[in-house]
Design a protein around this ligand. Structure first.
Ligand code: GRF
Length: 190
């Protein structure tokens, strides 16, 4: 798992739990975040999963990250709340094996700057009747990789960005383990 500097880590926890309770044919073996003080990394430490943290602004970040992932024999990389693009070398080394979760129904409401409350504000401003979450492959452009799995929910007339975010987040926690299962099923049948 790769978590963001400000993320809560709720998707990371959902994946750890899903793996531990047999709801996903995989287990979280490592959590990386660039900020050792990030709430998501504190949450990860409490689960007992190994945690790694070093700056993603180092010039050799790509080599460090690939070395870390290979050292832990990581097959699939899941991003949650990580707001930067991954270096091309990492995407190449883990081609079609890096996933992200986005709190809207891509291809709508994605792209640079579309994160957190900005997404839900845009959904409400557009008068959408439904929203949801998307798990997609990560490429060298924000939120543009192929969608693997989506779950949908209604947008209520009295929704605020916070109330919509909470409804979508509950879906995220189901969708991510399901998507990991779908990807692994595809990889094993190759
Ligand atoms: C989630 O809403 C996810 O869709 C987005 O960033 C948020 C991360 O939340 N990419 P958490 O840290 O997993 O709770």
């Amino acid at each position: 798992m790769i978590v963001g500097t400000k993320g809560r880590g709720s998707n990371m926890l959902a994946l750890v739990e899903a793996g531990r309770h047999g709801k996903m044919p995989a287990s979280v073996e490592l959590v990386y975040g660039s900020n050792p003080e990030a709430p998501a990394l504190s949450a990860a430490r409490e689960t007992g999963v190994p945690v790694a943290s070093f700056s993603d602004r180092e010039t050799d970040f790509d080599a460090l990250l690939i070395g870390l992932l290979r050292g832990y024999e990581i097959d699939l990389v899941c991003l949650a709340g990580y707001l930067r693009l991954l270096p091309p070398h990492v995407l190449h080394a883990y081609r079609n094996r890096v996933l992200n979760i986005h709190p809207a129904l891509l291809p709508k409401f994605g792209g640079k700057g579309m994160f957190g409350h900005h997404v839900h504000e845009a959904v409400l401003a557009a008068g959408e009747s439904e929203s949801g979450c998307s798990v997609h492959y990560v490429t060298d452009a924000y939120d543009e990789g192929a969608v693997i799995h989506q779950l949908r929910c209604p947008v209520m007339p009295d929704d605020t960005p916070d109330s919509l975010a909470a409804r979508v987040l509950a879906l995220e926690h189901r969708a991510y383990p399901e998507a990991v299962g779908m990807v692994l099923a595809g990889l094993t049948s190759e």
